[in-house]
Ligand binder design. Structure first.
Ligand SMILES: C[S@@+](CC[C@H](N)C(=O)[O-])C[C@H]1O[C@@H](n2cnc3c(N)ncnc32)[C@H](O)[C@@H]1O
Length: 201
């Protein structure tokens, strides 16, 4: 239970402490499927560029990026869209426990959103689950297929292409070829797995 500021600070500075907030089965998926607290903090710092910015995590899982970034940047608003209702439920529970007010989780397919409502984006290779071995799936409650992978990455490419100049994007463990050419790479780390982009035209 989070009861005082010191404990809260410890939770947001250590990935294992943060993962302790989740049920065992969710925690066991962490290494493969959820952003670490360290990466979430770095991504948040880049995306929270101006007060009031609205930042969307495309495929927010159990909310680690949004909750961490929301805690560190209370002057911005973070949104997570997630297709699995069970994960949205868990993200909401942990949000309540942490009392982070500037985060909203949306249960939907990312193709259903109006992107004019958001300024900047975080993307942790959310559709890759369609290409991996079944034994590594988060669960079997949704359809997986190679064609879905290409449909979603093409859709996201189209969304990013439409966004205005100045849009910021952080990609983690994602392929460069699915990012429109109008995005300039401005920072790269973790063997080029962590990448920060700004749309320049
Ligand atoms: C690699 S996990 C990343 C979770 C979270 N962004 C994080 O960094 O901790 C990808 C998530 O995207 C979700 N996802 C995949 N396709 C989606 C879609 N079409 N619409 C909404 N969510 C999707 C999956 O259910 C999964 O929870």
């Amino acid at each position: 239970m989070i009861t005082d500021k010191t404990t809260l600070k410890e939770v947001f500075s250590n990935n294992n402490n943060f993962d302790e907030l989740y049920p065992d089965d969710i925690r066991s998926l962490s290494r493969l499927h959820w952003t670490s607290i360290e990466i979430a903090k770095r991504a948040g710092r880049f995306l929270a560029a101006t007060p009031g910015a609205k930042i969307l995590d495309i495929g927010s899982g159990v909310g680690k990026f949004c909750l961490s970034a929301g805690y560190h940047h209370p002057d911005c608003n973070f949104y997570g869209v997630e297709q699995r209702g069970s994960l949205v439920g868990i993200a909401n529970q942990v949000q309540q426990q942490l009392s982070v007010a500037n985060v909203t989780f949306i249960h939907a397919n990312f193709t259903q959103l109006d992107y004019s409502a958001f300024d900047h984006f975080y993307y942790y290779n959310s559709f890759y689950e369609n290409l991996i071995d079944e034994s590594l799936y988060i669960d079997n409650h949704i359809d997986h297929s190679e064609s879905l992978y290409y449909y979603y990455t093409d859709y996201l490419y189209g969304v990013l292409k439409q966004r205005p100049q100045g849009t910021r994007l952080v990609t983690y463990q994602s392929s460069y070829e699915r990012i429109p050419a109008a995005y300039r790479l401005v920072e790269s780390d973790v063997d080029m797995l962590f990448n920060c982009w700004i749309k320049y035209r």
